[in-house]
Write a new protein. Sequence first.
Length: 119
Amino acid sequence: MSDVKVTVGGEMENDASRRFIDAWHRAEHGETFRERHLAFESWDALARVMTTRRMELLRYVRQHEVGSIRALAKALGRDYSNVHADVQALTGAGLLDATDGRLRADYDAIETRIAILVP
């Protein structure tokens, strides 16, 4: 397991470069690690992906084995097509894995950093 680090706003290119260099140095020293970083350009962009319903879905998948989207919709008491759209959005954002027909949220926590830029 690992954590997902979400960055909202700020200097995304500089942050990505800094993380890459840090990862490179850690790998040179033989350190094994697994990190997942997601960047959103604004709070609005994050809010479009992380709705209340999608957070509920992530919590459920994190705590239960889910064999299919249909089973997930039934467990959540929601319409299949809405759950399918949520799974697609979360998979596209990198917060949910859908492989071999199974859904997984393989991380321990989502850590969020919000940059407030002052002109």
